[in-house]
Design a protein around this ligand. Structure first.
Ligand code: NCD
Length: 329
């Protein structure tokens, strides 16, 4: 069952506002904890835009970005977030890592721990790997996407984008369409958006829809046109070819015909409906270029901007205890 929805940003002070050591997922977070992270992120948006005098609150701390799976924007976003806060940021890519040489996940965790990092950001191709490493290290761990499981900072940046552009998350009809089955973005978003009392619809061909999806408190559709009726937000997802072993969709042409977001199709949503996509986009498959690049409807580049603010907030909040911030130590 999703937690009871929160509609105000009233949260307890200090450590009680976010009592978790790690951020491995949205699962297990209370609505007020999600709102606390969004409000904290909100404070970084203007300074990031105006290049205000930098607040190096993570100076002297080491942030390791351990990425066992390819990533461009998420890695860059975490790196920029850490550097803006003054952390010493070190990136470890899978291609250079011992994982390729057969090291076990536990050995990797022990090695990362011995480096005495102050915060570790992990992306991994296996669901649950981040939790496993988090249990073995002494510092806070942030999940940057693990397999088909969760991608919490993506869901937070999506919620922040929706809140800023639509004024609120509560009551918004959000349609998430695409490869729901293999998507950690869909999973984290279903958890975050239902916690914040949005009305969530998911849409996919039946082969790409997880069984018992309604347990997330969402409505499931296989007909995209029906799902789009009256939507406030349309979030499009990529078909995750790397996570499937063929045969889930007849062809990308067919997928586009039934599930691609075109301008014509978008007309079924509210006239001012917002379009989101976590990237990377497959233009002409799940989304047409004239929708993706639409000046007023697409918030895709704004999502990237919100991503940096959200990751700064998460890095800040998770290291407050170790930095001895009053009320957090
Ligand atoms: C997503 C991911 O890696 O899960 N991308 C991202 O973080 N920007 C979505 C995807 O790969 O399709």
């Amino acid at each position: 069952m999703p937690p009871a929805p929160a509609t105000t940003s009233a949260y307890p002070p200090g450590r009680l506002a976010f009592p978790h050591r790690h951020l491995t997922g949205i699962m297990g977070l209370q609505p007020h904890e999600i709102l606390f992270l969004l409000d904290t992120a909100e404070e970084w948006i203007e300074p990031n835009r105006t290049r205000a005098a930098p607040d190096k609150r993570l100076a002297g701390l080491t942030q390791i970005n351990a990425f066992f799976e390819n990533s461009t924007r998420t890695l860059l976003s975490f790196e920029i977030a850490g550097k803006r806060l003054g952390a010493d940021v070190v990136n470890m890519h899978a291609a250079q890592s011992s994982v390729k040489k057969g090291e076990t996940l536990i050995d990797t965790a022990v090695t990362l721990n011995a480096m005495r990092a102050d915060v570790i950001v992990i992306r991994h191709m296996s669901s649950g790997a981040v939790r496993l490493i988090a249990d073995k290290v002494d510092c806070p761990v942030l999940n940057a996407g693990d397999g088909r499981h969760e991608h919490p900072t993506q869901a937070l940046l999506d919620a922040l984008t929706i809140r800023r552009r639509r004024g609120r998350v509560e009551g918004q009809r959000v349609v998430i369409c695409g490869d729901i089955l293999h998507s950690r973005v869909a999973r984290s978003n279903m958890l975050a958006l239902t916690a914040l009392a949005a009305e969530v619809r998911v849409c996919a061909p039946s082969t790409l829809m997880p069984p018992e999806i309604e347990a997330f408190g969402v409505a499931a559709f296989t007909d995209f046109d029906a799902a789009l009726e009256g939507a406030d937000v349309v979030m499009m997802l990529r078909v995750q070819n790397e996570r499937m072993s063929g045969g889930f969709i007849p062809s990308t042409r067919e997928f586009h015909a039934r599930y691609g977001l075109t301008l014509d199709r978008l007309a079924r949503a509210k006239p001012d409906a917002l379009v989101l996509h976590p990237g990377p986009m497959n233009r002409g498959v799940e989304i047409d270029s004239d929708v993706a690049d639409h000046l007023t409807r697409s918030a895709i580049t704004e999502q990237v901007e919100m991503g940096v603010a959200v990751r700064m907030a998460c890095l800040d909040v998770l290291t407050r205890g170790a930095r001895g911030v009053e009320g957090w130590a």
